[in-house]
Ligand binder design. Structure first.
Ligand code: WTA
Length: 654
């Protein structure tokens, strides 16, 4: 890394930081090393309010089903709302909501608590109880955050489904969770367009397997025309407005499942990642404090959707647990133009900005083509800290973000973590870590990240390997809902003697600095625009188009804007199409995948062959497909290939 620029945080930033200077970081790491449980217990006592204090910290007796703070009781919504009001922050703005069209609505902590309580009482009034699952299928809104907080308040486990997922995907999640209720909105508004939500819920509920759902509560977003099924559906406002604005929190055990969030793995259907209440909330709050350096007068903006884990931890829970002020944005970065983010930072005086490399890369392109949407055309002087999440950030995008958005003044925290980890795992701390573009640098204090070989032995720095976490941490995944076996197989496989958490990513540590760089997934998971998808899921969606598709294989290939792009190789039941016909069929298949999973899963590239490259034993040679997808020369040994002629067919020649 000798040829790479190192960026130091400014002395001014270091001085005021919540963790200030390398010595402070090292002291925290040391404390965690010498007294692991004591380290976490101290933070849990300081950052969270407990109804019943915990006496046990970590229980490893049923590993890898670890338990944290098990005999303590608390409530997540109490910690995010009431606790701040008791500290005198009732009139402080909790959420600044900006709608797609630019209208701004604000909610103070008191107002957010009142709405949360009304929603909580509304849920109770239709029979939702502690331990029940509630689906939330809604776009970015104060109501969406309140719905999540309301579930937490009554001890119901929420499962948010991103509004871009299809009816089929929603159905699958409803069935797996056995949810008793769905909170949705009539429609969502994105980029000036009204898109359906309630209609998709209706469709999902006709697809079978959703008998558990007794109630659908509909937030009025657009007043768009929707159908209401008597006895099942009602307007949220009709029910909630008449409820009391107070609601005694349900005190739950620290291990009580706060939420399930579905994410893709390398095999089978998406898995329901189960998170706890105490350990999860602790890490949400602690990382917001240390990684984002959140202070009382900050305006924090995480651009993720609440349908993803980033929106859970860094919109619904972390910033609110610390009494922060945050932006919730309904729209898209390119509407009405690609200056939207910069304009919003200027208008709301955002001080901490957290987004994904994909967004940055697409905004770079737009800014380079048009000065009017270049960050230099806006006053971004309120910014003091930038963050990146979801995928590796390439050094060129990092430098642009640093210079043009952060004015070469703001540290960038490149935060590596996953749905399963609940919060940041490897990341710079802004007042501590010299930054190297493209590297997520060093583990968060207390996180025992390491790079090992296939047998679980430590790799020397400078040599790539498999990323693991050697000790359980408070916000880790507890299990996969309904599938504890899959939890063990995915994260604590026997190869590692069940000892280490397997992240599913490769990593390498720098020889000199020990800094981590993530080298990408080591399984069949793709990362397209920071969205995680399994190749198998997309393959199943393609072959479910039974009238057309005989066989399909999906691989990822690098893409300048979206990080990775989906490339599908398809064998049809009829003869191989070419020219316009191939284009027409590719469109049908793309739409089909959009319907099965959601538009984010549509392959960018679909190629047709009479067959797929297979070994004589019938195994698809994915390595070859990856080379074909990248349009690179085939250098692999193809001697075991049954039918070498099909390589020509599958080469991109349009
Ligand atoms: C990738 C998103 C490099 C990684 C919070 C991980 C990253 C997957 C980074 C998790 C980063 C996330 N640098 N790669 N800073 N952050 N990833 O579950 O492959 O949607 O395993 O969680 O995204 O994606 P997920």
């Amino acid at each position: 890394m000798s040829d790479i620029t190192i960026h130091q945080p400014s002395a001014e930033f270091v001085k005021q930081a919540n963790v200030s200077g390398m010595a402070a970081y090292e002291a925290l790491c040391k404390k965690a090393e010498t007294d692991y449980e004591g380290f976490w217990a101290e933070q849990a006592r300081e950052l969270l309010s407990w109804k019943t204090p915990f006496t046990k910290v970590l229980d490893e007796s049923n590993a890898p089903f670890f338990k944290w703070f098990e005999d303590g009781t608390l409530n997540a919504s109490y910690n995010c709302l009431d606790r701040n009001i008791e500290k005198g922050l009732g009139d402080k703005t909790a959420i600044i909501f900006e709608a797609d069209g630019g209208e701004v609505t604000k909610a103070t902590y008191s107002q957010l608590l009142a709405k949360t309580c009304q929603y909580a009482n509304a849920l109770k009034s239709v029979g939702v109880k502690k331990g029940d699952r509630v689906m939330i299928y809604i776009s970015m809104s104060i109501e969406g955050v309140a719905a999540m907080q309301a579930c937490a308040r009554i001890g119901a486990t929420h499962s948010v489904v991103f509004g871009g997922f299809s009816a089929q995907s929603l159905r699958d999640r409803v069935e797996d969770t056995g949810a008793v209720a769905i909170i949705t909105a009539d429609q969502q508004v994105r980029g000036g367009k009204h898109l359906p939500l309630k209609a998709i819920v209706d469709e999902a509920l006709t697809l079978g397997g959703c008998d558990s759902v007794k109630n659908v509560l509909v937030v009025n977003r657009t007043g768009g025309d929707i159908a209401m099924t008597a006895g099942r559906d009602q307007w949220m406002a009709d029910l909630a407005d008449k409820q009391a604005t107070t609601c005694e929190p349900e005190w739950v055990g620290a291990e009580h499942p706060l939420f399930l969030l579905y994410t893709s793995g390398s095999t089978g259907k998406p898995k329901g990642v189960q998170h706890s209440t105490g350990g999860y909330l602790l890490h949400a709050a602690l990382t917001t404090k240390w990684t984002f350096d959140l202070k009382d007068n900050d305006v924090f903006w995480c651009t993720a959707d609440i349908g993803w884990v980033t929106g859970h931890t860094y919109i619904t829970y972390g910033p609110l647990a610390l009494g922060g002020t945050e932006i919730v944005f309904e729209g898209v970065p390119t509407y009405p133009d690609a200056g939207r983010f910069w304009k919003m930072i200027q208008d709301h005086k955002v001080s901490i900005f957290y987004t994904a490399p994909t967004a940055i890369r697409s905004l770079i392109k737009a800014a380079e083509a048009n000065d009017a949407v270049h960050p230099k055309s806006y006053d971004l002087s309120s910014l003091r800290l930038l963050g990146s999440v979801g995928e590796p950030i390439n050094p060129a995008a990092w430098e642009w973000y640093y210079k043009h958005v952060g004015g070469s003044r703001c540290p960038i925290v490149d935060t590596f973590w996953q749905t399963e980890t609940g919060g940041h795992m490897i990341t710079p701390l802004p007042g501590v870590t010299p930054m190297v573009p493209g590297s997520c640098t060093l583990p968060f204090p207390g996180i025992q990240a390491a790079v090992v070989d296939e047998a679980g032995h430590d790799m020397p720095n400078g040599q790539g390997g498999i990323l693991v976490v050697k000790r359980p941490w408070p916000s880790m995944i507890r299990t996969i809902w309904n599938d504890p076996e899959r939890f063990i197989k995915s994260y604590y496989p026997e190869e590692f003697k069940g000892k280490y958490y397997l992240a599913g990513d490769g990593a390498i540590r720098d020889e000199k600095t020990g800094y981590f760089t993530i080298t990408g997934r080591i399984d069949d998971v793709l990362n397209v625009s920071g969205h995680r998808m399994g190749t198998m899921e997309i393959e199943s969606a393609l072959v479910s188009c039974t009238e057309l598709v005989a066989e399909a294989a999906v691989v990822g290939r690098p893409d300048d804007t979206t990080g990775e792009a989906i490339c599908a190789f398809v064998v049809l039941k009829r003869s191989r199409p070419t020219g316009d016909e191939a284009k027409a069929i590719a469109k049908i298949l793309r739409d089909h995948v959009g319907k099965e999973i959601g538009p984010i899963a549509k392959p960018k590239d679909i190629r047709f062959g009479d067959n797929l490259p297979k070994t004589r034993s019938g195994k698809i040679m994915r390595r070859l497909l990856r080379s074909l997808a990248k349009n690179e020369a085939i250098t692999q040994d193809t001697s075991t290939l049954e039918n070498p002629a099909i390589l020509d067919q599958l080469t991109d020649n349009h």
